[in-house]
Design a protein around this ligand. Structure first.
Ligand SMILES: O=C[C@H](O)[C@H](O)[C@H](O)COP(=O)(O)O
Length: 232
């Protein structure tokens, strides 16, 4: 699995050009890409990079990758990130590592987004992976109930769990928010669900990435497969 992640990352690194402004994703697959970027920088490629999480920022700093913020560099050429799930229409579920909010802001500020993943994350219909929904801590239980009501209205039910950290405490995102993981099984209408979630006060963002990815690089036993257009 780790080999597949590295293969996908190396393929994505082929689309990195000198002088690019680059968004760096979060997670175990994106970490391989950050390593590849570190190697490029060490070899003399000039890049300016915006990390999507504190974890990625720390990794990039150790590798000597020149970093910026989205405030200093609000437009990026390319973001490369992992995903928890993808379909053939390049729709994604992200946020398994809790970085969905910054990841979505960075991807949206990028001209292109390439997703790197392994074949196990391919689904015919999104929803096998519990959908992460980032919420403000204030009124979390009321927000959970509002999400439940909305899901029932959409004929889309499933258990909603407050994410806990490995330390047994409530998981808190880089933005100081909580996450509900919504086990939906199968999402009939991703666009409708995305819109409905945004209408609920207390919901900050959700892990449905729709219309953001330009390509998914999938590494599997048979090698690399690219869905979409990763660019020149
Ligand atoms: O919040 C985390 C991100 O969306 C990750 O990109 C996603 O969870 C995939 O992570 P991994 O490559 O570790 O499976």
């Amino acid at each position: 699995m780790d080999n597949a992640k590295r293969m996908a990352a190396e393929r994505a690194a082929e689309f990195v050009r000198d002088g690019m402004r680059l968004g760096l994703g979060t997670g175990s697959t994106a970490a391989h890409f950050v390593d590849c970027v570190g190697e490029r920088v060490a070899a003399g490629t000039k890049l300016i990079c915006v990390p999507t999480s504190e974890a990625t920022r720390k990794q990039a700093e150790k590798l000597g990758i020149p970093l910026s913020t989205l405030d200093e560099t609000p437009e990026l050429d390319l973001t490369v990130d992992g995903a928890d799930e993808f379909d053939q229409e390049l729709r994604l579920i992200k946020g398994g590592g809790g970085a969905l909010l910054r990841e979505k802001i960075v991807a949206n500020a990028s001209e292109r987004m390439i997703v790197i993943t392994d074949a196990s994350k391919s689904v015919a219909r999104l929803g096998r992976f519990p959908l992460p929904v980032e919420i403000v801590p204030f009124g979390a239980e009321a927000t959970r109930r509002a999400i439940t009501r909305m899901l029932v209205d959409m004929d889309q039910t499933g258990a909603i769990r407050l994410r806990m950290g490995a330390d047994g405490l409530v998981f808190v995102t880089d933005g100081g928010h909580y996450i509900f993981d919504c086990a939906l099984g199968s999402i009939a209408d991703p666009d409708g669900l995305a819109r409905a979630l945004h209408e609920i006060p207390g919901v900050v963002e959700h892990g449905l990435f729709l219309g953001l990815a330009d390509a998914v690089i999938v590494a599997g036993d048979a090698g690399i497969k690219i869905i979409g257009n990763p660019g020149p």
